[in-house]
Design a protein around this ligand. Structure first.
Ligand code: OXD
Ligand code: MN
Length: 597
């Protein structure tokens, strides 16, 4: 028997009986196995060799043009009770869902190899880690899982010791969008995904396990599975404090996780360490602090916009041992994407001769898959079994107006309200009047595996006697002037905002109390060497009471849509903010009174 665990052998046998593959291969996760897979994919054309002089061991995968992104309308949560999935999810009855998707799996691996991938999300020895087994018929998925997770023999051994694992079944099927489902059965700790090879739909350890099933498990077991990056900020005294930050897609999460501080900061000895760029699992430690691990071992990042200016660390890590998906190529066969540099691509993401009339050369959601430790700012603490202590949690979104550059929650409950109120613009527009925003609490809208109301209650439950919880912040790097220009330079200069937060944590910085939370005054932020346009600072920190009353009215309506699942304490906190705003005639007339640090 391939595994010492009967339940695992039985599941693999059952799947093989249904899907009828020509071969079954148990992955050991070795370099030799990876190399063989790559060789085979180069022969079939699943991978294309890139310029091996400039980019050793880098390959390009061109996906089916209809299979380039997550599919939220086909992503379902199949809990026994509809109410448990909540209005934030598309729900399907588990029996109906199994029947629907099992019919698609019938005989789907004929002529193919069934790969069994035992994987561990998180360091192999960590009590915070959780394991799963993915079955797939896609060698591209196996290669990506080897980069993104700890997979193979060692993970299998942990699964055999523990006796439990998430069952994650995947087939690319015929890549037919009409025969595609991404299904989650939280109570059965099972995922079934059919008809897509795209990362978020097919690398089942990532969004499906680490967030949707993970959030469900976390609620039962008393921890948090979050859509957050984790960074360590080292100060000139060589103290490192860790920050976890949630942002919806396309808000610069990968860039923030790999930030290079402005020159003056570097001279003074500041440094940023990358622990994770997308997912964070956190649990209270014995000392009452929250300890976090990055369950992933690699980055599956968006390529367009990555450049020497926006993210030099990412660019450095992408020079070797990287799988690119749906990028363009230059005349000398190097990977290329919009925003990289001034070179001209010759082939677009579909392999056609590049013609601007066909749209961007690289698909806007083209990706790189790369081992985390290739990043120059990679933190060795990413391998720590106990995780890193989190001192600050940051919630961010893309808001052209209303939301100031940064503000601090008064306490944990207020912080949970700030997270629950998160929203982000869905489109970029020249001016921001009327830009639609989508409510995306804790940036988990596509990823929370159960009812958001219950999720907020779970967040509130961490406020226990003896808990030393992180301070909570909201940031907005994207506020614009009335003529549509970004007011804040962003990127490395975001360090200035992080420094203020960490000084607050240490009790070393001031703040001004307002009804929405505590804001820094201009004197509290280090603005040395920064040239902001006239009036930018005032606008960045302007809190307009009329705008905020409208904002909180929208938040109130949103919270009400979760009915009785919304915890009373969250509604009471919302009422407190509304009442404070109502009492204010002109909030923008700051400062009011200094907040306690
Ligand atoms: C991602 C996403 O791919 O959030 O990380 O969509
Ligand atoms: Mn993400």
């Amino acid at each position: 028997m391939p595994s010492k665990l009967a339940a695992l052998n039985r599941w693999v046998d059952d799947v093989a009986k249904r899907t009828r593959p020509d071969h079954v291969h148990w992955c050991d996760g070795s370099q030799a196995e990876y190399d063989q897979l790559v060789d085979a994919m180069l022969k079939t054309g699943d991978l294309i060799e890139l310029n091996q002089q400039t980019h050793p061991r880098c390959y390009l995968h061109r996906s089916d043009p209809q299979d380039v992104a997550r599919v939220e309308q086909l992503t379902v949560i199949c809990s026994k009770n509809k109410d448990d999935a909540g209005p934030n999810n598309i729900w399907m009855d588990p029996a109906e869902a199994h029947a629907k998707i099992d019919a698609l799996f019938e005989g789907c691996m004929a002529g193919r190899t069934l790969y069994v991938i035992p994987y561990c999300m998180g360091p192999l020895g960590s009590p915070l880690s959780r394991c799963g087994v993915e079955i797939t018929d896609s060698p591209y998925v196996v290669a990506n899982m080897r980069i993104m997770t700890r997979m193979g023999t060692a993970a299998q051994e942990r699964i055999e010791r523990e006796g439990t694992f998430i069952k994650a079944l995947h087939s690319i099927g015929e890549l037919d969008p009409e025969r595609r489902w991404i299904m989650h059965f939280p109570e059965e700790l099972t995922i079934k995904s059919f008809g897509s090879g795209y990362g978020g739909n097919a690398l089942l350890g990532k969004k499906c396990h680490a967030l949707r099933i993970g959030s469900y498990q976390a609620r039962i077991e008393g921890w948090l599975a979050e859509h957050m990056l984790i960074v360590g900020i080292e100060n000139p005294r060589h103290e490192i404090r860790y920050v976890a930050a949630a942002f919806p897609s396309a808000c610069g999460k990968t860039n923030l996780s790999m930030l290079i501080p402005p020159e003056g900061y570097q001279r003074d000895g500041w440094k940023v360490w990358t622990v994770g760029d997308d997912i964070c699992w956190m649990r209270p430690g014995k000392d009452g602090r929250l300890y976090a691990i990055n369950p992933e071992a690699g980055y599956f990042g968006v390529a367009p916009g990555t450049s020497k200016k926006t993210n030099p660390n990412a660019l450095a890590m992408l020079q070797h041992d990287t799988i690119f998906t749906n990028v363009a190529v230059t005349a000398d066969n190097q990977p290329w994407w919009e925003g990289l540099d001034d070179r001209k691509p010759v082939k677009d993401w579909q392999g056609r001769d590049y013609d601007p009339a066909n749209g961007p050369a690289a698909h806007p959601n083209s990706r790189f898959t790369v081992r985390a430790n290739q990043c120059p700012s990679w933190s060795p603490e990413a391998e720590s079994d106990q995780g890193v202590p989190i001192d600050a949690i940051v919630f961010g979104g893309r808001r052209g107006s209303v939301v100031p550059l940064v503000f601090e929650a008064r306490d944990w409950t207020h912080g949970v309200l700030i997270g629950a109120s998160m929203a982000s613009e869905t489109t970029a527009a020249a001016t921001d009047v009327g830009v639609p925003i989508r409510r995306d609490p804790m940036a988990m809208k596509p990823f929370c595996g159960y009812n958001y109301g219950d999720y907020f209650a779970h967040w509130l439950s961490f406020d226990q006697p003896g808990a030393k919880l992180p301070k909570v912040y909201q940031v907005n790097w994207f506020r614009k002037s009335s003529d549509g220009k970004f007011l804040w330079p962003g990127f490395g200069d975001n360090m200035r905002v992080l420094e203020w937060m960490l000084k607050r944590v240490a009790g070393d910085a001031g703040a001004i109390e307002t009804p929405i939370g505590n804001l820094p005054s201009a004197d509290d932020l280090n603005l040395d060497g920064l040239h902001l346009s006239d009036g930018a600072l005032d606008e960045l920190f302007r809190v307009d009471s009329a705008e905020w009353r409208a904002e909180e009215a929208a938040v109130g309506e949103y919270l009400a849509s979760y009915g009785s699942h919304i915890p009373d304490a969250l509604l009471a906190e919302h009422q407190r903010v509304v009442a404070a705003l109502d009492a204010e005639t002109d909030v923008s007339a700051m400062p009011r009174r200094a907040a306690a640090s």
